[in-house]
Structure formats: C-alpha cells, structure tokens
Write a protein that binds this ligand. Structure first.
Ligand SMILES: C[S@@+](CC[C@H](N)C(=O)[O-])C[C@H]1O[C@@H](n2cnc3c(N)ncnc32)[C@H](O)[C@@H]1O
Length: 378
C-alpha cells in the first residue's frame, strides 16, 4: 500500500478500555475514530498503522480491513471470499490461520464459517497458481480475521501478528498475572498526575509497575518487541518502520521524579518481578521488596497505590474477605493522604474493604467481570 493511501482499521481491546483506546488513537493522528464493544474502528495510512502497533498501550490487535460484504449462506461466504485477490496479502509459501468472531443466525456454526473462509483462500491459490499456502494455527505468518454479524461479513488481516499484550519483557509469570494491556489501561484510567510515590503492594510478577513506569517515562509499550505481523506484508516499508520507532523512542524520558515501588508477600514472586523489570530495562527505576503489605505504613507522602489483590476462587471466601478487610484497614491506618485503586474480579470480597469508594469502574478481564475502585484516604 502506498504511504498516503487511507485504510480502515479496527483496534481490539478489553471491555471498559474503549474510550482510553480512542483517545490514544486520536493522539497518533488516526481519523474517523468510532468506539464499539471491545473494539475501536479508525482510519489511517501505513504510518498510522505502524504507530498504532508500537505506541498504543490499550490495543490487543490492530486489524486492517480487506473487504466487507453480505453473505446469506456459506456458499456466498465462500464465493465472495474466493473473489478477493489473496495474492496481495498472502504469499504462496506463507502459512496462515483464520480467527473468527461470529454473531449470526445464518452462520450458526462459527467453526464452519471459518472452514469455508480457509477453503476459499486455499482454492483461490490452487486455481490460480496450482499451489496453496498451508494452515498453521500456532505460529502463522498471516492471521486472517473473519467477523460476522448477521449477514454482514468483514474480512481483515491482523497487522500485529502476536497480540500486543506480548510486550516482550515477561519471561517469567506468577500464578495470576494481569494482562499487560489491562494493566496499562488501569494506570491510564487513574489519576497519576503530581504524585511522589507509585506503589503496587501486591505486585506479583510486576506488570502494573512496569506498565506504569513505561507510561510515566514515555517508553513505547512495545519497546522491546522484535516481531509484528506487518513485517511480513508484501509492502512492508522498513525505512518507515524505523522512522516510526526512532520518533517514538526519542520521547523516552527516564529522568522522572516519581518513585516506583512494589512489594509482595511471596519471595518467589519478588524474584520473578525483578527478572521482568530487568528484562524491561527498568532495574534502576523500580524497587521491589518481599513484604506483607498488612505490616506496612507510609504516611505523609503524596502517593498513589494501584494493586490487584488475589481474587482466586481457590482461596476460601472467609480468608479472601478477611484479606480485603485487613487491606482496607492497613490503608486507613498507614496511608493518610494517599489514593488507592483496587482492581479485582471478586465483587463480593471488595465489599469487605471498609472504605468509602470515590469512584467505581466496570472492566472485564476476558470473561471475568471486574471493578476498578478508587479510595481517597483521609
Ligand atoms: C493477583 S496477584 C497480582 C498479580 C500481578 N498484578 C501480576 O501482574 O503479576 C496477587 C498477589 O498478591 C500477593 N499477596 C497476597 N497477600 C499479600 C500481602 N498480605 N502482602 C503482599 N502481597 C500479598 C500474592 O502473593 C500475589 O502475588
């Protein structure tokens, strides 16, 4: 595609982060921005697409529209898909896969609709070139996306390849790590202006700390990642990609005043967090200690807590309610003048916090309904 040609894109995200994602897209110069459910559509050129992949913190994938049509049967879906000049998107030696999202009474079996799409692409190549690219579900060169709503079909190509939550720094995981996109979104939804301290007292593998540091320091979210889907596009512009990277990297400023601190009660997780923090190049900017939050205090400072306490169903509810109550008590006693955001999927346990929320937001962690609750501690 030529640099100035305008394309239609869809950025996918978590339910509850659509507005933040739209504002990020506005900042990189995208146009025709429209928020949907777990997605934001926009227009832009190739540079916008490269920037969206590298600089947007709250997108899971950036899909580029190939075509849109109506199909009232699986034959129509097959025929209209085969009519696309797939040569523009997939090389004969590439592998490909089909991702699907189907809400339709006509195309009831989403797996069958995906199969018809796969057959149409394969048959396009066999009929034109007597050879066809093969399917690879785990690690395809090209990811094709099929979206059907009723009889309306949109076929797109995934410009990100691997989902954008794969930032490249997380080599080790705790038991319940927070998705990086969700962690970044939570920090962006918070009020982090003019703080001295940023603290995640139950930091697990360190995701919130790393995403927050990257936001405060203007480090692009995909800073360490080497591979994107668009690198394999036939019109991949290496010079343009380097320019996009250089321009974004120029804005990095690690010389910030905010002190970024984490603690966790589990020494193994402290090790994991430190490993990930090193991997992200932030070893000199984030401090992590092995501590029980319930024995800490940090008064007379201007600080912000964002944390994701355990909400595991495997923990007995009486224990989890007690942990939430004691966490609330610790904040009340030891963190005067701080603000705290608690992100949890245990809607019952948060009721035991014992502090009056000043703000509540509904978010979804995949299928789990969660809350981001703000407490102002006086
Ligand atoms: C849901 S995990 C946090 C996951 C983290 N956000 C991540 O991305 O990896 C909750 C963490 O709280 C820690 N934790 C539980 N009770 C604690 C306490 N009293 N003090 C400090 N950490 C605690 C657990 O060890 C666990 O790592």
């Amino acid at each position: 595609m030529s640099d100035n040609k305008i394309y239609d894109f869809t950025a996918k995200t978590f339910h509850g982060l659509e507005k933040i994602l739209a504002s990020e897209l506005k900042k990189i110069g995208a146009s025709e921005i429209k928020t949907g459910r777990r997605a934001v559509s926009f227009q832009g050129n190739k540079e916008t697409m490269y920037r969206a992949n590298y600089e947007i913190r709250t997108a899971l994938n950036i899909l580029q529209k190939i075509t849109y049509f109506k199909a009232n049967s699986s034959e129509e879906l097959y025929n209209k898909t085969k009519n696309i000049n797939w040569n523009n998107y997939i090389n004969i030696n590439d592998t490909f896969s089909i991702d699907k999202t189907v809400y339709s009474d006509i195309h009831k079996h989403s797996q069958f609709a995906a199969l018809k799409t796969k057959d149409a692409i394969a048959d396009f190549f066999t009929e034109n070139f007597k050879k066809r690219p093969s399917v690879n579900i785990k690690n395809p060169d090209k990811k094709i996306n099929l979206h059907i709503s009723g009889n309306k079909c949109t076929i797109s190509i995934d410009t990100s390849g691997d989902s954008l939550f794969k930032r490249g720094y997380r080599t080790a995981k705790g038991q319940a790590p927070l998705n990086e996109v969700l962690a970044a979104g939570i920090v962006m939804l918070s009020d982090y202006k003019d703080i001295e301290y940023f603290f995640d007292p139950m930091c697990g593998s360190g995701t919130i700390l790393i995403e927050a540091a990257r936001i405060f320091m203007n480090v692009p979210p995909l800073y360490g990642r080497k591979k994107f889907g668009f690198h394999k596009f036939p019109d991949y512009d290496y010079q343009l990609w380097n320019k996009v990277k250089r321009n974004a990297d120029k804005k990095i400023n690690k010389d910030i005043q905010i002190k970024i601190i984490g603690t966790d009660i589990d020494p193994e997780l402290v090790k994991i967090a430190l490993k990930n923090i090193s991997e992200a190049g932030l070893r000199h900017h984030i401090t992590v200690h092995n501590k029980d939050f319930l024995n800490t205090k940090f008064e007379n400072k201007n600080g912000l807590i964002i944390t994701n306490p355990p909400y595991d169903e495997r923990i007995k509810s009486s224990d989890i309610n007690k942990l939430y109550k004691e966490t609330g008590d610790t904040l009340k006693k030891g963190y005067k003048n701080w603000s705290a955001y608690i992100f949890s999927g245990n809607l019952n346990a948060v009721k035991h916090f014992g502090l009056k929320p000043s703000q509540k937001l509904e978010l979804y962690n995949g299928k789990i309904e969660c809350r981001l609750i703000k407490y102002d501690i006086f």
